[in-house]
Design a protein around this ligand. Structure first.
Ligand code: NAD
Length: 436
């Protein structure tokens, strides 16, 4: 099929590469000329394991092309995926201006029947809005369908998630267009849910809100464990083995970040409000998430008192491992608070340093290794659970530090081991460890 993907971010670029890999003729469009220039030179504008190889292979075989020309791309395509950003507005609602802009661009050149698929995460009713916008602005009275096909990939495993998703959700206005989507996705041989557009739009938000709820739930349990002398790791394990609960998303820590959960929870709260429902449960989830970082920083302040003049090594900047994405990363709040409190920050991340420089305070010193970040530090704070940190030589790390003090915001280390290694060690939902 002739496929267009508009937006070459984490979702659009991966989607385009995978559709090309399945044998389709794909053009990826972005309005960001720098990104398209990079892609045309064979450079990746973002870090995602396996993506570069897949892009090179399909571009080399002529199945995957890149352009800034939306009009030409729409004309030659049968099916157009919208995968542009839908960032939060100040009031928590989703900013749909990029989706609207693309819809208007499509309307302007619509010359024959096309399927327009919304892959961006958008509030229920956006499919109707896109349909109306195109109807009102098309130059010729040609038919088209608007489909909702929300994306569930996770950054860091986006290729694998796109090739082998748990399910593919497709919200369609009629059966004919469902067949087109079934054909496109058939080679993946994965479970497909064919439903109406509104339900598909809601499935995405309900799923992300539920996952965020699991995270905040276990973090709330962790807070009680800390006071009660229980070990949240054991508690989560005991809960997770119950098949009705499941172990996924029950890892306590600094809370969720990234470009999806924070904005999608806020957006669903706003959507619920528009329909007259006060989603107080989800508001509590957001509050618990926010408190996790506040609690972590206040613990650091208390233990390091005074913070002023201290050196803190921060391990991990990206919002989660295996990505360079800094959007809503917990590291931002932690580091800002440390710098505001007068501490010097030495930071290390395997992939996100370039993106971090643009966001974090200028005073942050970036280090080429975790050991250099820990050198001369009064404390190390683990903020992202990269595998690399689990495998550190902790004896070497301790030897480099001024004080053997670790704040583990992701429960990367085992308290018994930290005690044996004579660290003073604080984690989430487990009692503190003191040397000796
Ligand atoms: P992104 O910010 O990485 O990429 C969006 C791209 O769209 C950018 O390259 C931008 O230049 C481009 N763009 C914006 N307006 C455009 C326009 N008018 N014409 C052409 N290109 C335009 O975003 P992302 O992380 O890929 O997310 C895209 C959507 O998918 C969002 O709605 C997001 O919520 C959703 N989503 C993201 C993830 C994820 O893990 N990142 C997972 C599932 C769903």
């Amino acid at each position: 099929m002739n496929v267009a993907v508009v937006g070459t971010g984490y979702v659009g670029l991966v989607t385009g590469a995978v559709f090309a890999d399945l044998g389709n003729d794909v053009i990826c469009v972005d309005k960001d000329r720098t990104k398209i220039d990079m892609l045309e030179r064979g450079e990746m504008p973002l870090y995602e394991p396996g993506l570069e190889e897949m892009v090179h292979r399909n571009a080399g075989d002529g199945r995957l092309r890149f352009t800034t020309d939306l009009a030409c791309t729409v004309r030659r395509s049968d099916i157009i995926f919208i995968a542009v950003g839908t960032p939060p507005q100040a009031n928590g609602e989703s900013d749909l201006s990029a989706v609207e802009e693309v819809a208007l661009g499509i309307a302007d050149v619509l010359d024959r029947y096309k399927v327009i698929v919304n892959k961006s995460t958008v509030p229920v009713g956006t499919g109707d809005m896109v349909r109306d916008l195109i109807c009102r602005n098309r130059r010729r009275p040609v038919e088209f369908d608007v489909v909702s096909n929300p994306e569930f990939l996770r950054e860091g495993s986006a290729i694998e998630d796109t090739l082998r998703p748990d399910r593919i959700v497709v919200g369609v206005p009629n059966q004919q267009v469902a067949v087109t989507l079934l054909e496109l996705y058939a080679p993946l041989e994965r479970p497909m849910i064919i439903t109406d557009v509104h339900s598909a739009e809601m499935i995405k938000y309900a799923s992300n809100a539920f996952l965020a709820t699991k995270i905040s739930f276990v973090n709330a349990i962790a807070s009680i464990c800390e006071q009660a002398g229980a070990d949240v790791t054991q508690v989560a394990k005991g809960m997770g083995l119950d098949a009705r609960i499941g172990a996924a998303f029950l890892q306590p820590g600094l809370g969720y970040g990234g470009s999806c959960f924070p904005k999608d929870t806020e957006s669903l709260i706003q959507t619920a409000g528009r329909f007259g429902y006060d989603f107080s449960l989800l508001r509590a989830v957001v509050d618990v998430n926010r408190e996790q970082t506040v609690r972590f920083v206040s613990l650091m302040r208390k233990v390091l008192d005074p913070l002023e003049g201290r050196v803190v090594g921060v391990l991990g900047l990206a919002f989660k491992p295996k990505t360079d994405d800094m959007r809503e990363a917990r590291s931002v709040e932690v580091i800002r608070a440390l710098v505001q409190g007068g501490a010097s920050v030495r930071a290390y991340d395997p992939a996100a340093i370039a993106n971090a420089r643009a966001i974090l305070p200028a005073a942050v010193e970036y280090c080429p290794s975790p050991y250099e970040a820990a050198s001369g530090a009064d404390a190390v704070a683990v903020v992202t659970e990269w595998n690399e940190f689990k495998l550190l030589n902790l004896e070497r790390l301790r030897g480099l530090m001024r004080r053997p003090l670790v704040f583990d915001g992701r429960n990367v280390y085992e308290p018994g081991r930290m005690r044996r290694l004579r660290f003073e060690y604080y984690s989430v939902g487990r009692g503190p460890v003191f040397p000796g």
